[in-house]
Design a protein around this ligand. Structure first.
Ligand code: ZN
Ligand code: ZN
Length: 170
């Protein structure tokens, strides 16, 4: 085997290697474009944004993909939808009914205790016996001030700890 043959063999090997690497990179490039297209569609309904993101990755390839991942909307549309549902449920919970902060069972607004787990949800005014939210500082019906927490524990608590209704969520 002379020198020319060796050079020719090396050249052939290099050419095959280069072809394989190029094919691999092109496949990755196409896959990243497709992934970006699907990803941006799950995050935005804005057609301009969808085209811009896909073009960014098409033109700048992997650098574009990196930029896209950094700049893309953090939440998908289904995540946003879920959050809006939760928000709505939360607001309804305040207005119509509240849930027990311990067992999450439904509790009507005028319940004093949770009927499922016996957690105290409200307190009774010492003077006029109207139900009061635990976080209120005075009775809205007769103006009677709420005694300090220490005094309350030995007077009206029946084993169930005081759990402020503010802690239902978040
Ligand atoms: Zn409960
Ligand atoms: Zn009162």
């Amino acid at each position: 085997m002379n020198l020319e043959e060796i050079i020719a063999t090396v050249e052939r090997v290099l050419r095959v290697g280069l072809t394989v690497i190029t094919a691999y990179l092109v496949a990755l490039w196409i896959a990243s474009i497709w992934w970006t297209f699907r990803d941006i569609r799950s995050r935005s309904t804005d057609l301009f944004l969808q085209v811009a993101a896909t073009l960014l990755v098409t033109i700048f390839s992997f650098a574009g993909l990196l930029i896209y991942v950094i700049l893309r909307p953090t939440k998908t549309l289904s995540q946003l939808y879920e959050e809006s549902l939760e928000e709505e449920a939360f607001l309804q919970g305040i207005q119509v009914q509240s849930a027990c902060p311990v067992c999450k069972q439904r509790a009507e607004p005028d319940f004093i205790f949770c009927p499922w787990c016996q957690t105290r949800l409200k307190r009774i005014c010492g003077r006029c016996e109207q139900p009061m939210m635990l976080r209120w500082k005075a009775c809205p019906f007769c103006g009677q001030a709420v005694p300090s927490p220490a005094a309350m524990v030995d007077s009206s608590m029946t084993g169930a700890g005081e759990l402020p209704l503010t802690g239902i969520r978040r």
